[in-house]
Design a binder for this molecule. Structure first.
Ligand SMILES: *[C@@H]1O[C@H](CO)[C@@H](O)[C@H](O)[C@H]1NC(C)=O
Ligand SMILES: *[C@@H]1O[C@H](CO)[C@@H](O)[C@H](O)[C@H]1NC(C)=O
Ligand SMILES: *[C@@H]1O[C@H](CO)[C@@H](O)[C@H](O)[C@H]1NC(C)=O
Length: 288
């Protein structure tokens, strides 16, 4: 069977070199494409791309990405900017001696791409032909071995490079979601279209806002021995605490949950309750 990489760019008419990144909704009207849960207008998202694998007539969503030239797509991984530029941050350009990194600001649930100046640590976002500045609460793009792909069960297939385990005879996947100001990792059950995470001491289930973890690297689950190796997979955060991806037997089958770095405890959701374990659990690591 032949396999094609198939790319949909949300910018059709504006993708010229000098106008790159300017969002002007014009002539075309709705494109029939969804961006961040809403119908995308022609030219509304000049840098945003959706990458699909095409099998005959069938399209499988692979990942989202950012156009960095007429021919290159960078698949995305945004992390909150905390004032320090990560080593693997993506520099998108420069103005004089000022380096410009690729950033993202979320306004009214919309992800807007912009440039972060290394000198002032401010993000500049183009929106409807104007420029807006923000000093805090934005994300920076990094190159990463891990991706988090937004998933809507009515239009998307589970990505082929998602991470799953067998819970009895059912496959469950590593996935996460934003809750309040945190990002919480847990397990996604595709049969029920339900993400289970623990938060505020209880189990929450969601069928929207889900992001499924993907990676192109080999991975394994190793027993937790009290420290987090550098290749352990961070799946989110709660305030200052990092949440790593783990799994534990409860009571007899493996369940994916969050491992909180400050308490070195795994927490899993089961029958609307939170269960915590201090010992005998495993964490997810990537191999080279
Ligand atoms: C999922 O996609 C369907 C079909 O496009 C859309 O009606 C629905 O609002 C989407 N759900 C979410 C949570 O974005
Ligand atoms: C800021 O984020 C970087 C990773 O991008 C991390 O290494 C560093 O510890 C963070 N600093 C603070 C103060 O949170
Ligand atoms: C979690 O608890 C905090 C503090 O009690 C509360 O403000 C917040 O709404 C709760 N979040 C959820 C999703 O229950």
């Amino acid at each position: 069977m032949k396999l094609f990489i198939f790319l949909i760019s949300f910018s059709v008419s504006l993708a010229t070199q000098d106008q790159c990144g300017i969002s002007i909704v014009n002539s075309g009207g709705p494109t029939g494409l969804i961006f961040n849960g809403e119908l995308a207008e022609d030219s509304q998202w000049p840098w945003a791309a959706a990458v699909y694998l095409k099998y005959g007539e069938k399209r499988n969503f692979l990942c989202s990405g950012t156009l960095i030239s007429g021919q290159s797509v960078l698949t995305d991984q945004f992390i909150p900017f905390n004032g320090t530029f990560p080593r693997n941050a993506v520099q998108g350009g420069y103005e004089g001696t000022v380096k410009l990194f690729v950033g993202r600001k979320t306004i009214d649930g919309k992800h807007l791409l912009g440039k972060i100046a290394d000198t002032l640590k401010i993000i500049y976002v183009p929106y409807f032909a104007k420029e807006y500045e923000f000093e805090d609460d934005f994300d920076i793009l990094i190159l990463s071995d891990i991706g988090w792909t937004s998933f809507n069960s009515s239009i998307d297939q589970i990505p082929s490079d998602a991470i799953s385990i067998n819970e009895d005879n059912l496959k469950t996947y590593v996935a996460r979601r934003k809750i309040d100001k945190d990002v919480v990792v847990g397990k996604f059950n595709p049969m029920l279209n339900s993400l289970s995470v623990t938060y505020n001491g209880t189990e929450f289930k969601f069928s929207d806002g889900i992001e499924i973890m993907t990676t192109n690297k080999p991975h394994k689950w190793i027993p937790f021995t009290g420290t987090f190796p550098s290749n352990a997979v961070q799946g989110g955060y709660e305030g200052a605490a990092k949440l790593y991806v783990g799994r534990v037997r409860h009571p007899t089958k493996y369940i994916i949950g969050k491992v909180v770095d400050t308490t070195r405890t795994i927490s899993v959701g089961f029958f609307d309750k939170e269960f915590k374990y201090k010992n005998s659990f495993e964490i997810l690591v990537l191999e080279n």
